[in-house]
Write a protein that binds this ligand. Sequence first.
Ligand code: NDP
Length: 332
Amino acid sequence: MVIAKAWVLKKHFDGFPKTSDFDLKKIELPNLKDGGKQKLLLESVFLSVDPYMRPYSQRDMKEGDIMIGTQVARIVESKNPAFALGAFVVGDRGWRTHFISDGRDLQLLPSSWPESLPRSLALGAVGMPGLTAYFGLLEVCKMKPGETVLVNAAAGAVGSVVGQIAKIGGCKVVGCAGSDDKVTYLKKIGFDEAFNYKTVKSLDEALHKASPDGYDCFFDNVGGEFACVAINQMKKFGRIAVCGAISQYNDSVPQKGPYVQIPMIFKELQMEGFIVNRWKNRWEEGLRTLLKWVMEGKVKCHEQVTEGFENMPMAFIGMLKGENLGKAVVKV
Ligand code: NDP
């Protein structure tokens, strides 16, 4: 018999999440031999902490539910011939150390996954965040060689891949992030221009200095005030991919204006929200391409690894505060 540990949402977040909003529970899992046809026992090896957990918990969860989220897990017992003992999968089973599955909700890591590559990247650059960058940039921004791309939260899981794909696509890339170390990192991985949005005197001036001609594409991870300022620096017929709004997720009172309609009209902009699952039928193509770019060194990845399942709430809160460089993951 296995005792799984799981983090539950004790209390809905009010403003910024606190560690006291979570509770660590123990769950007794049944033995597989008791009605375990086709069943698998898995142990989480890496778990992801992502910004979406903040708004989705509000929308989809009730107090007492296990926190939503994905993991890379190892098969420790198998009664399903499609899943070998010791194989690694990506699951969507929330913040728990162990779980039972019949395999239908699991994705095996590609057989071409190189031994040298950390499997945690299946939660980052070669996983959902990488795919978000890939489809958002290619299908929503429809970037073209020679264009200028702006991305915010640029040193994070999605943003860092956005900038590097834009460089692969022959664009000029401007990124901004919340610390000088992150700015240094962005330059190291090939961003043409990068600045710290927390310390610039004027966001408007910083955006103008980085690209005096304006921006063709804007990959927006942040929303709020940043987006309103950036919209005014778009070129005519510019495209804006509304990927995330992390500057608003913890607001108890919704932010107000300035509003976007006037620049949208005068510059004839396109602004489109998207969710990466729209391209679920093309995820395999995206993952194959991302894996290839990572192996060729064209997409570099940094991970912020927090050790210990007991530290999941801290890792989640830290990520929302901007403590992560690259993808925030927890190693069990
Ligand atoms: P990140 O790895 O980028 O981590 C979040 C980062 O957001 C922090 O490191 C911090 O960086 C930044 N941040 C936090 N608060 C603020 C703020 N008030 N203003 C500006 N920046 C802030 O996370 P992801 O790459 O996983 O996600 C990035 C965005 O993409 C999120 O908005 C997320 O919801 C969205 N997303 C959307 C998907 C979709 O399908 N539409 C799928 C996946 C993600 P800094 O130090 O720079 O402030």
